[in-house]
Design a protein around this ligand. Structure first.
Ligand code: PMP
Length: 413
């Protein structure tokens, strides 16, 4: 009789493995095949056991940290680049330069997709973001420029600098040289049917995730429908933070278009104006002292979410938001430690923030009867060692871990 042992050690007879054929349905076509809507299925929805069991409500997280660029932003980068190709703004393998201002994740995702398609990237980052994000962009051959955090009205703000760099690139003489035909004919370009114009000076393209509707579209066409399919339509609420608002707008629009009673809730970190915008219609509440500080003025630990201005993507999300929850950085850190210790899920700061808000929503609505709440697990904790999960830094900021925080949150009436 076969035992585990002899199955492992004895290879099957040749006759048992024939016919030998590459399973094309099991192999994806390069790194782009790994993004979001994977051939073998979508990014999984993972049940957060410790929270779900305690609440009697299914708390499900979409495991976006499994994307090849390590975050939900891979979907957006791919969609923005494909849209630019369709609009004739980018041609694969011309080494055109993609510019973006980002808190990091979008930069890594753009650099990932750019490498697969024969583009270059210049990424402008605020200089206070976790160092590992800049290193990932550099490892993918991207150019990184760091600037001081500043208000969006400041010309030196990272998004404004990215726009300016793209303009300069397009106006400058063609120092990059016109690509000769030999360079253009690569295996990837042979597969790609889009024709490269003969005068193919590399172009500068400003991706502009805050205003680019391809961001919204990525979530409307992939993340939203995946959540619907994966829950079999059993979804009572969707909770998410907003950095550009693309996720909230795209997923929210898709889910509400099918069932308008699905609750859409915002998880908002300290220093962001969105919470007030949802609650009172204005970006800042002068009565709340913290609300008068802007996100870029706070020593932020939670990265990638929070917004102090209205953009095209968040404009589409705002009418969909039924409720908003304020989450402090310390609450997010305590949640993050809880998830690592109790669930074995080592997640990034915005994921933890989302999960604090999920619990707050369930408690507020007094749900305890098997309802389903879906959120986004945007990136992994390993992206945050130098900052959000840097114990020395937390100590300097006076942070004292509160191992009981999540238990108290779960009990809250
Ligand atoms: N989490 C992380 C880690 C992010 O980088 C971002 C995007 N900046 C978000 C969440 C928010 O996503 P969105 O831009 O779709 O609002």
């Amino acid at each position: 009789r076969p035992t585990l042992r002899n199955i492992e050690t004895e290879p099957p007879a040749d006759s048992e493995v024939a016919p030998i054929e590459l399973r094309t349905d099991q192999v994806v076509d390069g790194v782009l095949g790994l993004i979001g809507n994977m051939r073998q299925g979508n990014t999984p929805l993972v049940r957060i056991n410790s929270l779900s069991d305690a609440l009697g409500v299914e708390i499900l997280g979409k495991a976006e940290f499994l994307n090849p660029g390590g975050s939900v932003k891979d979907r957006v980068a791919l969609r923005m680049i494909e849209a630019a190709e369709q609009d004739g703004l980018l041609y694969p393998n011309t080494r055109s330069m993609i510019f973006e201002g980002t808190s990091g994740s979008t930069g890594i995702s753009l650099a990932t997709v750019a490498r697969a398609k024969g583009y270059e990237t210049t990424i402008i980052l605020p200089d206070d973001i976790a160092e590992e994000k800049a290193k990932a962009i550099l490892a993918l051959g991207g150019i990184v420029e760091k600037v001081k955090p500043a208000s969006i009205v400041d010309k030196k703000q990272f998004v404004n600098i990215a726009r300016e760099r793209a303009r300069e690139f397009n106006e400058a003489p063609n120092t990059h040289g016109i690509l000769d035909d030999e360079e253009k004919v690569t295996p990837a370009s042979l597969r790609d049917s889009s024709s490269v114009p003969s005068t193919s000076k590399p172009r500068g393209f400003f991706a502009d995730q805050f205003e680019n509707m391809a961001n919204f579209d990525a979530h409307l066409k992939s993340t939203g429908p995946e959540i619907w399919r994966q829950t079999g339509g059993r979804v009572d609420a969707f909770v998410s933070g907003a950095g550009t608002g693309g996720t909230l707008a795209g997923v929210g629009t898709f889910l509400k278009s099918i069932r308008s009673s699905i609750v859409v809730a915002l998880a908002d970190p300290e220093g962001s104006g969105l919470y007030h915008k949802v609650k009172s219609g204005v970006m800042f509440d002068p009565k709340e002292s913290e609300g008068t500080r802007r996100r870029h003025q706070v020593d932020t630990l939670v990265e990638g979410i929070g917004l102090n201005r209205l953009t095209q993507n968040i404009d589409l999300a705002l009418p969909l938001i039924d409720d908003a929850f304020r989450v402090t950085d310390m609450e997010a850190i305590n949640m993050s430690r809880h998830l690592a210790f109790h669930d074995g899920l080592f997640l990034g700061s915005s994921s933890a923030c989302n999960l604090v808000a999920c619990v707050q929503l369930v408690k507020k609505l007094k749900w305890n009867d098997g309802q389903t709440v879906v959120t986004i697990l945007c990136d992994s904790g390993s992206r945050h060692f130098s900052k959000y999960r840097n114990d020395e830094r937390l100590q300097q900021l006076g942070f004292v871990a509160d191992p009981e925080f999540v238990q108290r949150l779960l009990r809250r009436k």
